[in-house]
Each structure stands twice: as C-alpha cells, then as structure tokens.
Design a protein around this ligand. Structure first.
Ligand SMILES: NC(=O)c1ccc[n+]([C@@H]2O[C@H](COP(=O)([O-])OP(=O)(O)OC[C@H]3O[C@@H](n4cnc5c(N)ncnc54)[C@H](O)[C@@H]3O)[C@@H](O)[C@H]2O)c1
Length: 250
C-alpha cells in the first residue's frame, strides 16, 4: 500500500465537527494519521467521527477548548489514546458572542487566541519527541479589514503573531509553527457571520470568482502538517482565491 503523507503520525484537529476541521480530519486520516477530533458539540462530533473513521483511525474528545485546563486535557488524551503526538491543527474558531462589547471580545479571544496558545504550549514538550508541526487556522482577517468584527480581526491577527513567536525558539527542536489564512470558505461559519450582500461583494472582489471549499483548505493544512512543508515555519500562508490581492476596486 502507498504511504500517506501522515503515515505513522498522530494528529489533533480542533473544531473537527464541521467545515475546515472536519475536511482536514478526513484528509489527515486518509493520509495515514491517527486523528483525535476535538469539538464542543458532542453529537456533531460523533457524526464527524463516523465520517473520519471511513478513512482511518480516529477518536473524539468532546470539550470546549476555551475551558480552563482544556489544552492540557486535549494533549493528554491524544498521547493516552495514540501514544504520541506529531501534528496539531488548532482550528476551532468563533465570531465572538455576547450582549456587550466586553463579552463579545472575551468570547472571541478565549476560543480563537487564548485556547490556541494554551494548547500549543501544552503540546510543545510532547512534540519535542518527534519534531512536529503546529498549524493554526488564522484568517485573512488577521491581515486586512473586511467584514468581520473587531474581536475576530484582533484574534486572528494575534494568531499570526503567535505562530511567528512560537516558531522562533522551537525551530531548534525541529518543531514548525505556521498560520493558515483562509479567505471566504463555504462552511456554516460564513452563513452565520455575514449578510448575503456582504458575501456577494466578497465573491465579486475575489479573483477566482467563488468561495473556497473546506477540502481546498484541508489540502493546505495537510501541506503544512506534513513534511511537504519541511522548510516552512513562522509563515502565514494565504489561501483566499485572490481576495486580498486588490488594492483598488476592479
Ligand atoms: N469559513 C471561512 O470563511 C473561514 C475563513 C477564515 C478563517 N476561518 C477559520 O476557520 C476555522 C474553522 O471555521 P469553519 O469555517 O470550518 O467553521 P465551522 O463553524 O464550520 O466549524 C467550527 C467548529 O469549531 C467548533 N468550535 C467552536 N468553538 C469551539 C470551542 N470553544 N471548543 C471546541 N470547539 C469549538 C464548532 O463547534 C464547529 O464544529 C475558524 O477558526 C474560523 O475562524 C474560516
């Protein structure tokens, strides 16, 4: 049998019950990884697990990654269930919700930024065993202003800085850390965040004239998680169909 690009590796994917995380978990499993799916929605998580198991070995941990101690729990579970850890796709993300600006800001930062940092910190000592790769789902919203909320843009910009910051000292241990910056991707996430008019405007301004698919982003995540990107670290890789290339209207 042909070797997959993640054969023999153990991977964690957060936000794995839907969208980009689910497509990535399926692809990672199809490429030979044993995958721990992490999501706060247990039922959707079970459905996702069934889909991923059609491709390879997988387990589910239903947990809210923004809970105190969740980062350590996620890493512990992967090592307990699979005996090692080689790659993480830290992907769970929210727009940020709440009645006040403070609540919306705190909720976005807690899931999008703080949980990613704490999970990466918990994983780094384990990754020292294997070298390894941390892929952080940021967004083009971390670099340009579009239609997202202030708390979302701030959290995603923070992730790009975080990937750079972690890549620097941990490179000597063979560990790579990169930010993946999708543009507009067809998942439930865009339906809940932007109006139909805003989405039509995005499509009009996108060079390729369409939104991306979760599978297209999963292939970028696989590239960054695998040895195919062995000399890339601290980078922010944009996959936006040419949405951010325009300086003026066209
Ligand atoms: N869809 C897009 O256009 C787009 C563009 C750029 C970046 N992103 C980013 O990609 C990532 C995935 O988004 P998606 O479009 O696949 O969204 P999605 O809504 O389809 O999936 C997100 C998943 O994350 C889970 N999740 C959210 N908060 C969680 C938490 N605190 N703990 C555990 N699980 C949690 C949800 O339950 C859901 O299953 C997010 O970080 C998002 O910001 C998406």
């Amino acid at each position: 049998m042909a070797q997959g690009r993640l054969t023999g590796r153990v991977a964690i994917v957060t936000g794995a019950a839907s969208g980009i995380g689910l497509a990535s978990a399926e692809l990672f499993a199809a490429e030979g990884a044993r995958v721990l799916l992490v999501d706060r929605k247990p039922e959707a998580g079970e459905r996702a697990l069934e889909r991923v198991r059609a491709h390879g070995e997988a387990e589910l941990l239903a947990i809210d990654v923004s809970d105190d101690g969740a980062g350590h729990r996620v890493v512990r579970e992967a090592v307990k269930r699979f005996g090692a850890l080689d790659a993480l796709l830290l992907n769970a993300g929210v727009h940020g919700s709440g009645a006040t600006p403070a609540e919306r800001f705190d909720s976005a930062i807690a899931t999008n930024l703080r949980a990613v940092y704490l999970t990466a910190e918990a994983a780094l000592p384990e990754l020292c065993e294997s070298g390894g790769s941390i892929v952080i789902t940021a967004s083009v919203a971390g670099a340009v202003v579009g239609f997202a909320s202030p708390q979302y843009d701030a959290s995603k910009a923070g992730l790009i800085g975080l990937a750079r910051h972690l890549a620097s000292p941990w490179g000597r241990h063979g560990i790579r850390v990169n930010a993946l910056c999708p543009g507009f991707i067809e998942t439930p996430f865009i339906g809940s965040g932007w109006s139909a008019e805003e989405l039509a405007e995005v499509r009009r301004r996108t060079a390729l004239g369409r939104f991306g698919t979760p599978e297209e982003i999963a292939r970028v995540a696989l590239f960054l998680a695998s040895d195919d990107s062995a000399y890339i670290t601290g980078a922010a890789i944009v996959a936006d169909g040419g949405w951010t290339i325009h300086f003026t209207d066209h």
